[in-house]
Design a protein around this ligand. Structure first.
Ligand code: SF4
Length: 378
């Protein structure tokens, strides 16, 4: 999540949520907006004002106002949805011009994956009211919205309500739920989710090995058969399902066997994404155990992708750099790293394929393939 630093003119009791606007909006809807002021004057009626120069407004208009560096304003766009925290930090919860918007339902989880990019959280405030407000502010023409965690199904029926809220407020927006799928071993819970009848819901579920014990060691829970049962339960309702496979040292050797497992046991999934690991959070702590240069598994990945493709299963490669893939795999790559954390290293400056390349996670700056090399069109 993109974070900007600001300085509050006066303290606030709770975070302020609103939609960014650079131009005045009518008085009746102002309470939903956060106005960007470039002349130091704050305006009446907005949820908050972000000012780039010290405010010269009358004191009562300064409440709910935040001083922000003009350079930081460049990271905000009309229609973005942000929360202003009590310490002045501005969190960008939704970027209007991004196709990678995910609502973080909870940071808690019922797994403890060895390569989780997030830190472990055990206690937190209820995020649902804030998320419902965000959903109400998103433009109706939004193409895609994700729900993620932590583990979103830990929210139980509140997740069902939230999917319903998305269906009502954003009927044309594709919804993607990222979950470990363990809770879907409960057939009745699956029934509740599918009963919402969201027309554009896809549920993406990770699977890390064709061997139960390897998968369980990776996720830090006895989850393999729960997840598999969950997949079958979802399939009973013809729910659209995707699989996600994060590749690292503990599972790359058996990628071809996993492809066979998926083809024979989970032929109903609509899409399978093989992805490079994000080296942050818990993954960074365990990096010595997990890191394998993506160049070292190109053969396994190629066999895997082509095996599934030849059997008419839809496959993609996420978070990968073109120069560490054999060109035969390029057509399967997607630029999948969220815009705010997508970077390119110095070598990429001279690369003629940069526009087509997924690049790197910002957290990869200290660890990336030794085989990065710029391409030159001859
Ligand atoms: S040099 Fe950079 S931009 Fe070019 S293919 Fe490699 S990672 Fe991508």
């Amino acid at each position: 999540m993109k974070r900007l630093s600001g300085k509050l003119f006066s303290s606030i009791d709770e975070p302020i949520l609103g939609k960014i606007t650079f131009k005045p909006v009518n008085l009746f809807t102002r309470k939903n907006y956060i106005f960007i002021s470039n002349d130091g004057r704050t305006k009446f009626g907005y949820a908050a004002n972000l000012v780039t120069t010290p405010s010269n407004s009358r004191p009562y208009l300064k409440s709910n106002s935040v001083l922000i560096d003009p350079e930081e304003i460049k990271y905000l766009n009309e229609g973005d949805i942000v929360s202003i925290e009590k310490n002045g930090v501005i969190k960008v919860l939704y970027e209007k011009d991004s196709i990678h918007n995910f609502l973080l339902l909870t940071e808690r989880c019922n797994s403890s994956c060895i390569m989780c990019p997030n830190p472990v959280v055990t206690k937190e405030d209820d995020k649902i009211p804030m998320i419902l407000k965000v959903i109400s502010l998103i433009n109706k023409d939004a193409q895609l919205l994700g729900i993620t965690g932590g583990e979103p199904t830990l929210m139980g029926d509140k997740l069902v309500d939230l999917i319903n809220a998305c269906k009502v407020a954003l009927p044309q927006t594709k919804l993607m739920l990222l979950t470990n799928g363990m809770k879907f071993e409960d057939f009745n819970y699956v029934k509740k989710i599918v009963s919402v009848k969201h027309p554009e819901l896809t549920i993406d579920i990770p699977i890390y090995s064709d061997i139960d014990t390897i998968h369980n060691d990776i996720v830090g829970a006895k989850g393999f058969y729960k997840t598999i049962q969950g997949l079958y339960n979802l399939a009973c309702f013809d729910q659209k399902i995707g699989l996600r496979v994060v590749i690292h040292r503990l599972n790359y050797r058996r990628l071809p066997q996993m492809a066979e497992f998926i083809y024979h046991n989970l032929p109903f999934v609509k899409h399978i994404a093989f992805m490079q690991m994000e080296p942050s959070g818990v993954a960074k702590v365990n990096i010595d155990e997990l890191w394998v240069d993506p160049y070292d598994y190109i053969n396994e990945l190629e066999r895997t992708i082509l095996y599934l493709h030849r059997r008419e299963m839809r496959v993609s490669i996420y978070n990968a750099q073109l120069c560490v893939l054999s060109p035969i795999l390029w057509e399967y790559t997607k630029r999948s790293i969220s815009t705010w954390k997508n970077i390119y290293i110095d070598t990429c400056k001279d690369c003629d394929y940069k526009e087509n390349c997924g690049g790197f996670f910002a957290s990869s700056l200290e660890i990336y393939s030794k085989h990065i090399k710029a391409f030159k069109l001859s």
